[in-house]
Design a protein around this ligand. Sequence first.
Ligand code: HEM
Length: 494
Amino acid sequence: MEDITAVPTSWSVQFVAALVFLYVLLKVFKRVRYTGGKRPPGPPSLPLIGHFHHLLFGLPHHSLAKIAEKYGPIVWLELGALNVVVVTSSDVAREVLKTQDHIFASRPPGIMVDMVFKKAQDLIWSPFNDHYRLARKMFTTELLSQKRMDSFQDLRRQMTFRTLRTAFEEGHTNRYINFPDLVENQFLSLTTQMLFRMDGHAQNNVLLEIIHDLVSTGWFVIEEFFPLLKPLDLSGQGRRLKNIGERYFELMDSIIDNRLKENSNSKSNTEEDLLDVLLATSTFSRVQVKLLLLDIILAGAETSSDTIVWGISQLLRHPNILERLQSELDDVIGTERLVEEADLNNLEYLQAVVKETLRLHPVVALGVPHYSTEATKVAGYDIPANTRVMLNLYAIGRDPKVWENPLKFDPSRFLNSPVDVRGHHYEILPFGAGRRKCPGMNLGLVSVAYNLAQLVHASAHRRRRTHGRKPSEVRALLLTSLAKPPPEVSAPEA
Ligand code: HEM
């Protein structure tokens, strides 16, 4: 009898073969159409999802670092319908952020950018256009200028003391402290105070809730990669982002209305905050003012607090390094007073600890995506216009071709070394480089160095002074030392 399974089997083999042939044809066609030349190498991809399966497990910067080990410092990925280039070496980063910065200084569009940032009317997500230039100038010359940062020095000091006080009080009663939460709250409160003097206000808590919701919803909306699915919003992320955007705008409207009312009252005599600065200019619409403020909250708070948490964890894991830092602080500051921001430039080892922390733990591990505005060549490969470019800052800082013993936490590698973290040395780029370099870098560096120094110095000092004393005496001592007014100094160029 004829084998009835034979026919369908051969059909299905032919069918699958035809599909594979069509797929290969499509890939070849796509390659020629998109780049008109040689694309960077990349791992095997699957139909429809492209390379997504390579990023399903683990942290994306870890998976991308592994891919780069195999395929080299510039890799081409297709994530659904989007083309992404991933850069993983200082040489290629220099080409993107310096030699061809004018081509890569834009940002990609996206669902989150549309829903929350009203089609990129902020700074972080703005394409490289006239609005961007105005907003960037506002950040560098006004909102984050050295003068403005100096004016918030006392606030930074008070906020750090608040954290120290809580940590010491809780620690003294042997209660568990959630240090990351403590520092994160410190920086969120500091930021909202700089923006609109709102500490302890009920609106502050509502704002913090909105920010938490936004961060936990995630920047990358899955439908972005599969545009046909966009209207269906299967992930629900679109709806959530829309709702978060509306809540944020409603809250900010009431804050701004109150402020305008207060400002029209001639008796109001409070210090200028960043909302006042933005309202005083007619350059930006109300929507833009709200979004520029949102940028500062999102980019400024968790970046500094996460870096401090990494720094402290590394110091706790390396008692010899902690001890060396303590002795530098004792030598330079002594035991009779607390560290001030003006001391930071005299603390060479502390600066090395900060750099080493940022080398191993750049908290924006994949940077913020860049976007090519015209077709070009990078490292000999053709990159089409409208390609997203991600820089794996995490893997660049750990590149064994550049760094000796790259995984070792060793601040002394930065002693007597010209290498810094400010975007001039492409082997370590925690703040990016070029036109899009982080405008909050000085503030971030001062905040991280000051908090690490204060925590390490004050805790060593406290151990010495409180040895054998009663809890009530410890509390009195602590409160007296923290209540001392700061000396009249201005923040240094860190
Ligand atoms: C340790 C602290 C910080 C780190 C590690 C950090 C890192 C970064 C990185 C990697 C970028 C992307 C650069 C690029 O696109 O190539 C960035 C952008 C940005 N950062 Fe920071 N940042 C920190 C603190 C701050 C602070 C304190 C602020 C403001 C208060 C801030 C505001 C911004 C803004 C507005 C951008 C977007 C700039 C643009 O698109 O032109 N950052 N930051």
